[in-house]
Design a protein around this ligand. Structure first.
Ligand code: AVI
Length: 314
C-alpha cells in the first residue's frame, strides 16, 4: 500500500503537469474533513441528495420496480455514513419488502462502523457487508440470480474522468444480470456561483482537505512541503461542467521528498491538480453509458434541481 502511494506521488509530481490522485485525500484525517465538508453550508451536494432520499422515497422504490413480495439484493458501492441510504432502508423495512442490504467498501473500518449503526437503528434490516474491491465483490455476487439494485451515490462517479467513468460503468454493467438496476447519484451542471463556493468554502475546510495530501506526503514520505507557500485554487467551467481543484505554488521553490530521494521544483504560479469533480446532465450521462448495456430508465431531482439520482437498467 505504502509503495503504491510512494510511486503514485512520484509519478504525479514528475509529470509535466503535476497531479496528485484524489483517492489519497481519504486517510483518517481526510475522512473526518470530508464529513465536515458534507455539513458545510456551501456544500449543497449531500443535502440535495438527502432531500431526494427523504422526500421521494416512494418514487425511488417505484422507479426501481421492486415489488414487496420479490426478494432482492440492495448493494451499495462505498459505504459512506449511510445517512441517505437509511431513509430508503427505513421505508423498505417498514413496508415489509424482502431484501438484504450489502454495503461494499475497501475499508473494513468504514463497514464495521456502518454495520454497528444500522444494526442498532434498523434492527429489522438484514445487512451483509462485504469488504474489498467493488468489481471483485460484485462478480462474486453475480452467481446469485436474485434481482439486484446497486447504489452508487454522492456524485462519487464525478471524481472520475469521463474515460474512467466509462470503463467503471462498463465493468459495472458486466457484473449485472438483465433487468438489474443501478441508482446513480450525480451532481448536475449548474452556474459557477453555486458550484465554486462548494469547493472553496469560507471556513477553509476544503482547503485543509486538499492540503491534507501535502501533509500526508510530509509525514509518510518524509517531505518538507511548507503549506504556507501554496494556496488552494478550485476552478469550474459551466461549459464543460468540470470542477477541478488545484494547489498552486506561491513562489519558485524546491521540495525534498526523502523517501524518493528526490527534490521537486515548483515555479511561482505552478499548479498541482488534485481532483476532478465532474457535473452531469442527460447528454453527459448518455455518452458515458454508450458502450455499456445500461440505459436511463428515469431520474429524480431534489427540490432545487441541483442533483439527480438516475435509475439505470440493464
Ligand atoms: C466525494 N466527492 C463526490 C466529493 C466531490 O464533491 O467531488 C469530494 C470533495 N472534494 C472537495 N469537496 C468534496
Amino acid at each position: 500500500m505504502k509503495d503504491t502511494f510512494k510511486n503514485d506521488i512520484d509519478k504525479g509530481l514528475s509529470a509535466p503537469e503535476k497531479t496528485l490522485p484524489s483517492k489519497y485525500f481519504y486517510d483518517k484525517i481526510g475522512d473526518a474533513l470530508f464529513i465536515k465538508i458534507m455539513n458545510l453550508p456551501e456544500y449543497y451536494l449531500t443535502k440535495a441528495e438527502f432531500d431526494i432520499f427523504k422526500n421521494q422515497t416512494q418514487h425511488i422504490i417505484k422507479g426501481l420496480k421492486i415489488s414487496p413480495d420479490r426478494y432482492f439484493e440492495l448493494i451499495e458501492l462505498g459505504a459512506g455514513d449511510g445517512t441517505k441510504t437509511k431513509e430508503l432502508l427505513k421505508v423498505l423495512s417498514n413496508n415489509n419488502y424482502l431484501f438484504k442490504y450489502i454495503p461494499i467498501d475497501i475499508s473494513s473500518n468504514a463497514l464495521e462502523q456502518l454495520e454497528s449503526r444500522f444494526t442498532e437503528e434498523l434492527p429489522a434490516v438484514k445487512i451483509a457487508p462485504k469488504q474489498g474491491d467493488y468489481f471483485h465483490v460484485l462478480d462474486s455476487l453475480k452467481a446469485s440470480k436474485h434481482p439486484k439494485v446497486v447504489l452508487f451515490l454522492g456524485s462519487n462517479i464525478g471524481n472520475l474522468t469521463d474515460t474512467e467513468a466509462e470503463s467503471f460503468i462498463t465493468n459495472l454493467s458486466a457484473v449485472l444480470n438483465t433487468n438489474d438496476k443501478v441508482l446513480l447519484g450525480v451532481d448536475l451542471i449548474k452556474p459557477e456561483h453555486i458550484v465554486l463556493p462548494a469547493y472553496n468554502d469560507k471556513a477553509g475546510i476544503t482547503k485543509d482537505f486538499n492540503f491534507n495530501l501535502l501533509n500526508r506526503i510530509n509525514s509518510e514520505l518524509d517531505a518538507n512541503f511548507n503549506l504556507d507557500h501554496f494556496y488552494h485554487a478550485p476552478e469550474y467551467s459551466e461549459t464543460t461542467g468540470v470542477a477541478q481543484s488545484f494547489i498552486v505554488s506561491k513562489r519558485d521553490q524546491e521540495v525534498r521528498i526523502e523517501a524518493l530521494n528526490k527534490t521537486f521544483s515548483f515555479r511561482n504560479g505552478e499548479k498541482i491538480h488534485t481532483e476532478t469533480s465532474r457535473k452531469y446532465n442527460d447528454d453527459v450521462l448518455r455518452s458515458i453509458l454508450k458502450n455499456s448495456k445500461l440505459t436511463i430508465a428515469s431520474k429524480l431531482l431534489d427540490s432545487k434541481e441541483y442533483f439527480a439520482d438516475y435509475i439505470l437498467v440493464k
